[in-house]
Ligand binder design. Structure first.
Ligand code: NAD
Ligand code: MG
Length: 392
């Protein structure tokens, strides 16, 4: 029996995780579920999965959740705040932590789980993007098992040779990172100037939270994933190539020195990488429909358009610059995406905010989690200030 904490249980990844867990009550039990503000949804999940703990944002949310649970005779104990998030991620009773909080808010509890040597299922890519070096050092020091949930990285993980880490990369030449191209593939910058948040969030293949949906539309998501791949697989940015593949059937590929290219395919449904990571190195059923190659019929590929999607170029540059460039980039991007969702800036201004922020700040080498958080704060301050000057 694996005892699991799901950080961000009410989100898109959280819900898919609980869907897979519910299919295997003999293998998985839920230790804790956490959510920010969706109290009714979390209450329903607590009644179904009976976790020992539930964690919410603040005192008010905790009182509301406790009332809903007590009315149903639930024994789940309700906690709130950041320390409680870290506690349920590192507690002795937990084997596995699904890190599925969106954004920088997930960094501290995910690091708490890493430091406690838990098995980490990493969806919260922002945590790794911000704190890559420290994160991977902590994984090595604690012996934590780190498994990627991001579909592309999970695909690469599945296609890598078993001796990848021990030998000289086991004959791997390059990682080919799939990108759908998002809802605005093929458009010029001019044609994207007036798009609305709802249009940006209408992803052609994946149903996801609003922040990652906007990132997919700007291709910042692919930039964050490039940085994520460099840390996860210990490769340079030059060894990762983004391949636009609009059908999202091939989730990524690994190219070997002998000319072989291995790919992982599947329907675009996050329950596949979630089930893979939960059961690894075994396999379990996920509820995902069988891939029907005959109805798909065609798989297409193209190069990313860096002129229309400058966020990918900005993130690639940050990956090469190292130090705290990625933490600043991530903080600025979170501020810019929220400003776009609040209709304070236009879609194409997201890239402008992020580049302006990176160009305004001197880079430093972060040597602690606090230093990473300080870089994040600096990125947020400069981008917020820029937005107040340019907003409509
Ligand atoms: P979502 O917005 O649907 O859910 C986010 C979850 O985090 C919710 O449970 C919310 O309550 C919680 N949360 C939000 N702000 C919080 C805060 N300040 N403190 C504590 N909890 C907070 O997001 P999602 O689409 O499920 O994505 C989650 C993470 O997984 C992101 O990092 C995303 O990049 C990554 N990811 C998602 C997908 C996908 O298909 N949705 C695919 C790959 C990677
Ligand atoms: Mg992805």
């Amino acid at each position: 029996m694996q005892a699991i904490t799901v950080l961000g249980a009410t989100g898109s990844i959280g819900v898919s995780t609980l869907d897979v867990i519910a299919r295997h009550p003999d293998k998985y039990s839920v230790f804790a579920l956490t959510a920010h503000r969706q109290i009714e949804k979390l209450a329903g999940q607590c009644l179904q999965f009976k976790p020992t703990y539930a964690v919410v944002a603040d005192d008010g949310a905790a009182v509301a959740l406790q009332a809903l649970l007590s009315a149903q005779g639930s024994a789940t104990e309700v906690l709130f705040g950041r320390e409680a998030l870290c506690a349920v991620s590192s507690a002795e009773g937990v084997d596995t932590v699904m890190a599925a909080i969106v954004g920088a808010a997930g960094l501290e509890p995910t690091m708490a789980a890493v430091r406690a040597g838990k098995k980490i299922l990493l969806a919260n890519k922002e945590a790794l993007v911000m704190a890559g070096g420290l994160f991977m050092q902590a994984v090595a020091a604690s012996g934590s098992v780190l498994l990627p949930i991001d579909s592309e990285h999970n695909a690469i993980f599945q296609c890598l040779p078993s001796d990848f880490k021990n030998t000289d990369k086991g004959g791997v030449k390059k990682l080919l990172l799939s990108a759908s191209g998002g809802p605005f593939r093929g458009r010029t910058l001019e044609q994207m100037r007036a798009v609305t948040p709802d249009q940006a969030c209408a992803h052609p293949n994946w149903s996801m939270g609003r922040k990652i949906s906007v990132d997919s539309a700007t291709l910042m998501n692919k930039g964050l994933e490039l940085i994520e791949a460099c840390w996860l697989f210990n490769v340079a940015a030059s060894q990762v190539e983004v391949v636009v593949h609009p059908q999202s059937i091939i989730h990524s590929l690994v190219q070997y020195i002998d000319g072989s290219v291995l790919a992982q395919l599947g329907n675009p449904d996050m329950r596949t990488p979630i089930a893979h990571a939960l059961a690894w190195p075994s396999r379990i059923e996920s509820g995902v429909a069988d891939l029907d190659l005959f109805s798909i019929a065609q798989l297409n590929f193209e190069k990313p358009d860096l002129t229309s999607f400058p966020c990918l170029a900005v993130a690639s540059a940050a990956a090469r610059e190292g130090r705290d460039a990625a933490a600043i980039l991530n903080g600025a991007n979170e501020i810019a995406v929220q400003a776009f969702l609040d209709e304070r800036i236009g879609f194409t201004q997201i890239a402008e905010v992020v580049s302006h922020t990176l160009n305004s700040l001197a880079l430093t080498e972060p040597d602690s989690l606090e230093a990473v958080q300080e870089s994040d704060r600096r990125g947020r301050a400069v981008s917020s200030d820029y937005i107040t000057r340019v907003q409509r």
